[in-house]
Design a protein around this ligand. Structure first.
Ligand code: PEP
Ligand code: MN
Length: 349
């Protein structure tokens, strides 16, 4: 349960209430919310203790989350979380576009993709260096070299960078290359060892929804990150497995209004991996923003036919520019806005 104390409750009283629970063997966690104390109980609270809590003058309300999560529950904060993705705010009305190639392939390919992403108005540069490929014979990514190239391109174009981490043993490489946001891919959403280790990096995490994960399982994984020190979790819907083979996955936009009720975390949508077909990506992106997405993650390649992974779903540079222009319009639906780029294209040499 989550105990929301009245705004203005003193720190000393909040600490005393936490202590009252702890001595009864109930672990607690305090929200970072500054406007009022909010306390989550992490263990079962027996009925007699519930009655003592209900009698507290400081108690505004008790909330029972829909699932076993606490820290990521909507009631653990007073409003939606705004997460700084390398300086670009995500959530709370600020809409962000992540763009870049599926994989970092070489310096020239990444330079072209980064240039077009930045010119198109995207905020964050993506690129896989450690790739989760279905076939062991498919391109597995450049590894550390890929992170190096991504870091260089990010600096050159003034964009924060994001890349997928597949193995806890690679974390030091991500930190060495100052990767601004760590992506947990769909295939690792329930790799709890990886989640625990990544959480210790104190970097924002983009947590993609598992291939067949329920919404509750997905939020439980976000809770793992939060429980191990990472409050800056951005959820990313990327389509789920259904009976429908006409598209790569089925984009589940239901999660947007539902998770806005259940969680304070921002939610982005990746229409590229959902659709798997370039022509479907712009309309799905518009639909996602109209339904409340806090941003988009899309793949782009200057010559998709040469791509070493996911070329069949890559947007061309001009298509990406159209998508970002649409994003500006559709973000305004519901009174939101496209975030400012850290560096404007005009400032770029
Ligand atoms: C990716 O973003 O490159 C990727 C592999 O995505 P997902 O984990 O959603 O399949
Ligand atoms: Mn991909």
């Amino acid at each position: 349960m989550i105990l929301r104390l009245w705004p203005g409750t003193s720190e000393a009283r909040a600490a005393a209430i936490s202590e009252m629970l702890e001595v009864e063997g109930v672990r607690t966690s305090r929200s970072p919310e500054l406007n009022r104390p909010i306390i989550a109980t992490l263990d079962k609270v027996d009925a007699s203790l519930v009655r003592r809590i209900e009698e507290l003058a400081e108690l505004e309300s008790i909330v029972h989350p829909e699932g076993e999560w606490r820290r990521v529950d909507r009631s653990f904060r007073d409003g939606p979380s705004v997460i700084s993705l390398g300086g670009v705010p995500v959530g709370g009305g600020s809409v962000v576009v992540i763009a870049g190639p599926c994989s970092v392939e070489n310096a020239k390919q990444l330079d072209e993709a980064a240039r077009c992403a930045q010119r198109a108005g995207a905020h964050v540069l993506r690129g896989g260096a450690f790739k989760p490929r279905t076939s062991p014979y498919a391109f597995q990514g450049l590894g550390r070299e890929g992170l190096f190239l991504l870091r260089e391109a990010g600096l050159r174009f003034g964009m924060p960078i994001i890349s997928e981490i597949m193995d806890a043993g690679h974390l030091s490489a991500f930190l060495d290359h100052d990767v601004d946001c760590l992506q947990i891919g769909a295939r690792n959403m329930q790799n709890f060892t990886l989640l625990k280790t990544v959480a210790t990096a104190r970097r924002p995490v983009l947590l993609k929804r598992g291939l067949s994960a329920t919404i509750k399982e997905w939020l439980q994984s976000a809770e793992y990150l939060a429980a191990h020190g990472c409050d800056d979790v951005i959820l990313c819907e990327r389509g789920i497995r259904t009976f429908e083979p006409a598209t790569r996955n089925t984009l589940d936009l239901t999660v947007l209004p539902l998770l806005q009720q259940w969680s304070h975390l921002p939610i982005m949508v990746d229409p590229s991996h959902a659709a798997g077909i370039p022509g479907l990506i712009p309309p799905l992106a518009r639909a996602a923003l109209a339904a409340g997405a806090d941003g988009l993650a899309v793949e782009v390649h200057a010559s998709p036919e040469d791509a070493k992974s996911d070329g069949g779903q890559a947007l061309l540079p001009g298509e990406l520019a159209g998508l970002v222009a649409d994003a500006r319009v559709y973000a305004a639906v519901g009174g939101r806005h496209l975030a400012e780029q850290l560096v404007q294209p005009a400032q770029q040499s």
